[in-house]
Every structure is written in structure tokens, then in C-alpha cells.
Design a binder for this molecule. Structure first.
Ligand SMILES: [Zn+2]
Length: 228
């Protein structure tokens, strides 16, 4: 079976599941979407947030880009696709959670640590990855001489925290985070070990998420402030 046939067959199964005898879900969804969470994840084919979280259609609003980075708020020209999606989810859909979902073995982060690697001569990727350059420099300072694997792992998790900070540069997110109307989470999928970790701001570590604790906020409990 070719790849395309596989996708068409997959849609047929989806159609049978949601538009067969039981079509209640899409009867509701055709009138509008009300997702409670926005998930910002990497484009990587191994880390689909809907599959990882067992979500149904309508459950999560998903933004995906190379290395799951949130850019800081910027003015002026350019096409701010991520910022526009954040604005729509927060200001118009009223999501209650924002989850930045990073992962192990991230090609974008590895390229950043190598400063070129797979992205050498790229038209867009290297510039995009500059968002996480401060993280790379911090990793190099704190883990000098470590293997590329170890440094990339630290950079993958550090970049999630950088993205959480960048979320707060958008005033409509910072304001909602400060009042508790929105919770912000930093999650990390270890695809080599099949584990999902969440950032604990008290112990400052990524630790395995447990059911019932999974909605713990990854921001410190102090009032949120907008970074200078
Ligand atoms: Zn990735």
C-alpha cells in the first residue's frame, strides 16, 4: 500500500468512527470549537500532540513549528504565524491552558547546538532557531565539553523554559496568567523512553507527569511579570 493510499484508508476509518452511526461529536463541533488547551509542539512526525494525549477532535488547539519555539512579541513587518495563532486561541477561543510540548531527539535543537549541521545553508531554519540562541549559550557555559547528546538534551528542555518566558511577553497572556485565568505548562516527551515529563517550578526540574497532577502550572507561584 502506498503512503497516499494509507492516508486515504485512514480517513475512511476516521469517517466511520465519527460520521457513522455515532456522529454526535461532529454534530456539536460543526457549530464551533471550544478547546480548553492550546498545545505548541514541534513539527516532528514522532510527536503529534493529539496522538500523544489521546485527544478527540475539538479537544486541543495545536500550533506546530520547528523545535516548538514561541517567538517573543515583535512589532512591525513579517508574517507572525505563531503569534497570530496564540492570539486567536487566547483572546478568541479563551483556552485555559497553554502547553509547550518539547521532545527528545529534536533535529532543530541539534542543529542549533551544532550551529549548522543539517540546517547548513538553510533559507529559514537557522534564523528561526535564533530564538533559542540564549539557551544554547547557557548550555555551553554550564555543560562545557559534554557530548552533543547531553548538550542537546539540556537545550531541548531549556528551550521550553525560554518559550514559557516568551509567552509572557504577550500582554494578553501575561495578564491572564497573573490572574490564574490561564495556566502555562512546559512538557517534554522523551521518545526514547516513552515518558512524558512536566516542568516543576519549585524543584526546577522536569519530572514524570502523573495523572491528577498533570495540570500543575509550570510557572512559579509568584505573580507573573512581563520580562524586560
Ligand atoms: Zn523537534
Amino acid at each position: 500500500m502506498s503512503d497516499i493510499e494509507k492516508f486515504v484508508s485512514g480517513f475512511k476509518r476516521f469517517q466511520g468512527n465519527y460520521f457513522g452511526e455515532d456522529r454526535n461529536l461532529y454534530e456539536q463541533l460543526k457549530h464551533g470549537q471550544h478547546p480548553r488547551a492550546l498545545v505548541l509542539a514541534c513539527c516532528d512526525s514522532r510527536v503529534d500532540p493529539a496522538i500523544l494525549t489521546g485527544s478527540e477532535p475539538g479537544d486541543i488547539f495545536v500550533v506546530r513549528n520547528v523545535a516548538n519555539l514561541v517567538p517573543p512579541r515583535e512589532y512591525g513587518g513579517g508574517y507572525h504565524g505563531v503569534s497570530a495563532a496564540l492570539e486567536f486561541a487566547v483572546c478568541h477561543l479563551g483556552v485555559e491552558h497553554i502547553i509547550v510540548l518539547g521532545h527528545s531527539q529534536c533535529g532543530g535543537i541539534r542543529a542549533l547546538m551544532q550551529e549548522a549541521g543539517e540546517c547548513e545553508g538553510s533559507e529559514y531554519i537557522a534564523k528561526w532557531m535564533r530564538i533559542a540562541e540564549p539557551v544554547r549559550e547557557k548550555v555551553r557555559r554550564e555543560l562545557p565539553g559534554e557530548s552533543l547528546d547531553r548538550q542537546s538534551h539540556a537545550c531541548e528542555q531549556g528551550a521550553i523554559l525560554q518559550s514559557l518566558e516568551n509567552l509572557l511577553t504577550f500582554p494578553w497572556i501575561a495578564q491572564r496568567a497573573s490572574t490564574g485565568d490561564i495556566s502555562i505548562h512546559g512538557w517534554y516527551f522523551d521518545l526514547a523512553h516513552g515518558e512524558l515529563l512536566g516542568y516543576d517550578p519549585t524543584d526546577k526540574v522536569f519530572a514524570p507527569l502523573k495523572e491528577g497532577e498533570a495540570f500543575a502550572d509550570s510557572l512559579p507561584k509568584a505573580p507573573a511579570t512581563t520580562p524586560a
